[in-house]
Design a protein around this ligand. Sequence first.
Ligand code: FE2
Length: 425
Amino acid sequence: MDFDLIVRGGTLDGRIADIGISGETIAAIEPNLPGTARSEIDAHGNLVSPPFVDPHFHMDATLSYGLPRINASGTLLEGISLWGELKPLLTHEAVRDRALAYCDWAVSMGLLAIRTHVDVCDDRLLAVEALLDVKKTIAPYIDLQLVAFPQDGFYRSPSARDNTLRALDMGVDVVGGIPHFERTMADGARSVTELCEIAAKRGLMVDLHCDETDDPLSRHIEQLACETQRLGLHGKVVGSHLTSMHSMDNYYVSKLLPLIAEAGVSAIPNPLINIMLQGRHDTFPKRRGLTRVKEMQALGIRVGWGQDCVLDPWYSLGTADMLDVAFMGLHVAQMSSPADMARCFDMVTNVNASIMGLDHLGLAVGKRASLVVLDAGNPIEALRLRAERICVIARGKVVAERTKQETRLSIGGRPPLVNRRHIAT
Ligand code: FE2
């Protein structure tokens, strides 16, 4: 046998090629690959993609929708207080089991790398321990990064500072924060400085919930870019959400965006959640809850799409499908050109992997053999259909397969089966 597994005839980056897999690694990519394998997957006519990657999630809260009650106002702030009611009731087992159930959904959707924030404002650090367990359990098929996230404020919550450091000592990967939730703008700015210093000292990445508000004067992203520059953290820092930017003065933004680009700070908007949460104080016109995506990309700033929430105090829907996330982002950011639509697919695969520093992912010889076969001909069709994941391969092993779903019509005189795939002729 030349390979352990061959994926035959799939469409990759617009070309048709076979992928030969040896062990956990992509060993060859070429058309009509010679050789044999223990097993083969027929991907003719189907898009083969790198795995989906979610760079912003809350796995400690997922699948808790309705516990202990529903978010009646639908706002971010009620979500935070509702989560505060649930936190003392959490158990290690409940957090672990909900997270593992979610990870099963993720695998079925070809979502094989996730960065999750984990709340450290519970002195028990129970969720940190539970998610560190989960990380070990799912390591054979999902890359999980944890972010130490002081949900109630790094300074505003009395023990959050100590707990953040404890969580990092326990093995949490990334430094988190929430400057717009501190008591004052000054405290928020100070928290950005200290969190970046902690990361620089420990050689860690930074990912802050930053300016997730409709207040145009929430400008902590400016401080984040400044500290990134000062401490030489280029490429290791993320500003998540950045929703205040949609309301900022245009002249100010014309100065701000070059600072973000110069510092190499990446941005992760979360379109499903912020189109739902933001603008709740507006009458009409009502603001969109999304940062300036195309404008940042035009300056070379890395922008990914994050999912943020599934069935939790902030969001009542969700299926672990990054195509849903990209689909919503595409609409809200008006990324309708063919190049922009293709870019949206790239954002939930390659760009998100790059932001998380996952250099081993991607469809190239020598990369890890983790990939997805989709029931679509190209990335834009995959977005339009939120295409079925026919086969998911993680580290060289098939971890999920789905049979094609078909709808049989009975309307007479027409073909009996609906096929929503379409190639213009
Ligand atoms: Fe978040």
